[in-house]
Ligand binder design. Structure first.
Ligand code: TRP
Length: 465
C-alpha cells in the first residue's frame, strides 16, 4: 500500500471530484450526436438500461479495486496478482488514444468561442454545417486551435495550477448546468412551436424499428467514455477515497449527475436539428453540436452573449477532463517508466500534437484516408471506445470473478455501509457482463469490417441502423 496518499475530504468531495472528471465533452458533444445517429429514443433507452446495470457494476468494481489497494490501475492489478498487471497497462492505453482527439474537439470549442466573443457567432449559424465543414476542412486554423488547447492543458499541468482550474470549475459547472437547462427549454419550446414537438418525440420516444446491434455497441462505448470507465481512471479515484464513505451511494450520485447532464445536452441539441423522425439531418456526426447550437443561439434574444458564455463553460468542462487525462498519462510515464516529470509533460505535448494531427487533417486534406471506412477522429474514437474499453471491461470482470473473487469487492464496498445491490452486482460481473461484452466486441469488429467493405449482404443489413 502506498503511504501518505491524501484522501478526499468528506463524501461530497469525492463525488464532486469524480463527477468533475466524468463530465466533459463526452456528455455535451458526444452523447447528443450518438443519440441522434442511433435512433433517438431507442438509444436513450438502451443507454439508461446499461447505465443502471453495467455502468453501476463496473464503476463500483473499479472504485473498490482502487480503494482496496490504495493504488492506481497498473499498481492495483499488480498488487492483487502480479500476473495481471497487463490489464492495468491495457487500460492505460485508452487515455493515450483519447487525449489527442479530445484536444482536436477542444480546439473546435475554442474556435467557436472566439467566433461568438468577437461578435461573429451568427456566421456559424447556417444550420447546414457549411461553416463547420469549411472550418474543419482547413489545414492551418484547426491545427492552431487544437495546438492552443493542448498547450493550455500542458501548461496548466506544468505550472501545477490544476487546483485553481478545479476551483474555478466548481463555480462554472453549476452555471453550465443552469444554462443547459435554460437552452434546453428554449429548444423544446421552439420545436413544439415549429414542428409540433417532432424533434422532442424523436429523442424521447423509443422506436423499436430503429434498434440494431450497433445501438448497443454505441451506447456501451458511450457509457464507458462518459463515465471514464474501463481506462483505470475510477481505480485511481477510488484510491483516494476514505474507507467509511459509501461506494454504492457515491456511484449512484456520479451516475445521476453524469447521465443528467448528457440527457440535458441531448434535449438542447437534438430537437434543434431533428424536425421529424425521418429528417436526414440526424446523421451530422461529430459536428452535430457545432451545427445545432449556433442556430439555437441565433434565434435567441442576446444569443451572441449566451453563446459566448456557453462555449466558455464547455471549454472549462473540456479542460478539466483534458487535464485529468494528461495527468493520468504523465503519472504513468513518471512512475512506471521513471521519466522526469518535465520530460513526461513534454512527451505528452509532442505526442498529442503528432497523434492529433491525423484526426484534424482527416476532415480535410487527409479526408481520402479512411481506416475501417472512418475518418481518423472517428477511427481513434472507435478503437478506444468500442474495442479496447470492452476488452478492459471484460478482463476486469474475469479478474474479479476468477482471480480475486467477487467477495473481495463486496467486502470493500461494505466497509462504507450496506451493499444494497450486491446480488445484481454479483450476477452481472460473473455471468451477464462477460457474455455480453464478448457479443459487443464481436459486433464492433464485424461492424468495422462492414464499414471497411469486407463484409456485405445479409449480415451487413442486420447491422445497419
Ligand atoms: N468522461 C469524460 C467526458 O465525458 C472524458 C474522459 C474520458 C475523461 N476519459 C477520461 C476525463 C479520463 C478525465 C479522465 O468528457
Amino acid at each position: 500500500m502506498e503511504k501518505n496518499r491524501s484522501s478526499f475530504t468528506g463524501k461530497l468531495g469525492f463525488v464532486l471530484a469524480a463527477a468533475g472528471s466524468a463530465v466533459g465533452l463526452g456528455n455535451i458533444w458526444r452523447f447528443p450526436y450518438l443519440a441522434a445517429e442511433y435512433g433517438g429514443g431507442m438509444f436513450l433507452l438502451v443507454y439508461l438500461i446499461l447505465a443502471v446495470t453495467f455502468g453501476f457494476t463496473l464503476m463500483t468494481a473499479e472504485i473498490a479495486l482502487g480503494r482496496k489497494t490504495g493504488l492506481s490501475a497498473i499498481g492495483a492489478f499488480r498488487a492483487l496478482d502480479k500476473k495481471y498487471s497487463f490489464i492495468g497497462y491495457l487500460a492505460a492505453i485508452v487515455p493515450i488514444i483519447i487525449l489527442p482527439y479530445y484536444s482536436v474537439i477542444g480546439g473546435w470549442v475554442l474556435k467557436y468561442l472566439a467566433m461568438f466573443v468577437s461578435g461573429n457567432g451568427i456566421k456559424t449559424a447556417d444550420g447546414e454545417g457549411v461553416f463547420f465543414t469549411g472550418f474543419v476542412g482547413l489545414v492551418g486554423e484547426p491545427i492552431l486551435w487544437f495546438g492552443i488547447f493542448i498547450l493550455a492543458t500542458t501548461l496548466i499541468v506544468l505550472f501545477g495550477v490544476e487546483k485553481g482550474i478545479e476551483k474555478a470549475s466548481k463555480v462554472m459547472m453549476p452555471i453550465l448546468v443552469v444554462l443547459t437547462i435554460g437552452v434546453a427549454i428554449y429548444s423544446i419550446v421552439i420545436d413544439i412551436a415549429e414542428d409540433g414537438g417532432a424533434g422532442l418525440a424523436y429523442y424521447l420516444i423509443p422506436d423499436f424499428g430503429k434498434f440494431s446491434p450497433m445501438t448497443v455497441v454505441a451506447a456501451l462505448g458511450q457509457l464507458f467514455y462518459s463515465m471514464s470507465l474501463a481506462m483505470g481512471i475510477m481505480i485511481t479515484y477510488g484510491s483516494y477515497m476514505k474507507k467509511d464513505v459509501s461506494i454504492e451511494k457515491s456511484v449512484h450520485q456520479i451516475e445521476i449527475f453524469d447521465t443528467g447532464i448528457a440527457f440535458l445536452a441531448g434535449l438542447m441539441i437534438i430537437p434543434a436539428v431533428v424536425a421529424s423522425a425521418d429528417t436526414a439531418s440526424v446523421g451530422k456526426g461529430p459536428g452535430l453540436m457545432f451545427i445545432a447550437l449556433p442556430k439555437v443561439f441565433e434565434s435567441m434574444p442576446a444569443g451572441d452573449i449566451i453563446g459566448a458564455v456557453f462555449f466558455i463553460l464547455v471549454l472549462f468542462a473540456a479542460l478539466t477532463s483534458a487535464i485529468s487525462l494528461a495527468e493520468t498519462i504523465i503519472s504513468i510515464l513518471c512512475d512506471k517508466l521513471h521519466i522526469k516529470r518535465l520530460y513526461s509533460i513534454l512527451i505528452v505535448f509532442v505526442g498529442c500534437i503528432l497523434l492529433g494531427l491525423p484526426s484534424t487533417l482527416g476532415f480535410g486534406v487527409w479526408g481520402h484516408i479512411m481506416p475501417l471506412g472512418m475518418d481518423f477522429l472517428t477511427f481513434f474514437d472507435f478503437i478506444s471506445n468500442s474495442v479496447i474499453m470492452p476488452i478492459v471491461a471484460l478482463l476486469t470482470c474475469l479478474f474479479i470473478t476468477f482471480v480475486i473473487k467477487t467477495k473481495t469487492i463486496e467486502d470493500e464496498v461494505e466497509l462504507g455501509g450496506k451493499f444494497g445491490s450486491k446480488t445484481m452486482f454479483r450476477v452481472i460481473i460473473k455471468y451477464i457482463a462477460p457474455v455480453f461484452l464478448v457479443i459487443i466486441l464481436v459486433s464492433s469488429v464485424i461492424n468495422g469490417l462492414i464499414d471497411a467493405g469486407y463484409i456485405t449482404g445479409k449480415l451487413a443489413e442486420f447491422f445497419a441502423i
